[in-house]
Design a protein around this ligand. Sequence first.
Ligand code: FES
Ligand code: FE2
Length: 463
Amino acid sequence: MARIPIGPEFTNDAPVGTAIGEVPPRREPVKVPTHRYISPAWADLEMTHVWPRAWQLACTVDHVPSPGDWFEYTVGNLSVLVVRGDDGRLRGFQNVCRHRGNVLCTGSGSGLTELRCPYHRWSWTLDGKLREVPSRRGFGALRNDDYPLFPVQVGTWGPLVFVNLDPEAEPLDDYLEAIPGLLEWARLEEYVCAYDLTVPLPCNWKTLIEAFSETYHVQGIHREMLPSCDDVNSVNRLYGRHGSLHQPYGVPSPRLRNGATDQEIWDSIIVTQGARYGQDSENPGACPPVPDGGSVRDVLEGLIRDATSAKGLDLSGFDQAQMLDLFQFNLFPNITVIVMCDSITVLRARPGPTPDDALMDLLHLDRRPPGADRDRPVQATIAAEDASLNLVFDQDLSNLQRAQRGLHQPGLDHIVLSREEMRIINLHRNLEEFIGVDELSPEAVAEIQALRSQPPAIGPTPH
Ligand code: FES
Ligand SMILES: [Fe+2]
């Protein structure tokens, strides 16, 4: 595997990035108490106040394409069934039998004509109405209308299916804030879920999702990216609940004192994401000729246009940034949606059996030409040591296996966060708002409020 040498030309004194708008510089670090990552009591607070009330990604439309398809989404001890009815509509139900509380279905499947509890065979229609109770007379006067399945709110954004157990929760469209509008150009409905992998990890769900909520760690564990990725000036933004990052590629990090040559930029991009450009990531070779007055970004744009056209995709309306760059959205509480012109990766972090365990779900979606088949996603659970996707992701995964242990050291009663880590701070402030506690300092809360009120725009970053 080729490696980008990073030597004395590297500096740790690059300016602090993500300075947006008029938010004044802060005086001190934001502190987050460590107990949020290791304490069963805090996990219980999340289980009581967050998971039953927050909108969460359950699956994609490709998991439940036809009438009678169902998919079970679990989070902690909660379980939701997403069911496609005979009328083609998606509905959600709490996965519980109204007789004595048995779960109704596990996993996923197709061909349902009713929801029948296997224990004593009560049964409901696919729209949740009770229709059959064996030996009904033994219950006395039992009216079907009194025992429907408990409905769960369902909403879709492009191919993504979200659920919310709280019947009083705001609609999904409101919860997503400005984000669907900002991504209208990307035509999310053209993306199809190819696979859905679950990897159990020895860390808290927040430790996991936070590893995908800042670029400060690029100079730590993804140094191969530095010649092709400006980890300092890429634009982070906060909304109310959510956050975003626009990451241009083919632009060197200011942490490299002397910048990067075209060949170094090329090597870096091909080593870290060569497959996307139809290149062998193990052997970058010579950088193709850069047009006069142009840049490596122009070369990359040509390659990605060729690669996507060859797949039958019409991206002619996309500009250079839309073709090359990464648009990431961190949706509270537990997913990040990474949009590129040809694929979407959704990473979801679910709590595991203890605060030191999490389930990482990785949903990969490809853009397909209009009318292409939408196969059901391949689903698998794999051990962390067997999970390998690409250089950068594998670096994240490897680090996550050591990111939690230190949080138990008795000296570490809080962690400290930079403004570059604003999306993590916003996650914690939102947790406080759901749970009803105030542990962050007033200055930290004021900063988050100010950052949230910046204009919700995302677009090409000036360099
Ligand atoms: S628990 Fe479901 S029918 Fe008895
Ligand atoms: Fe990373």
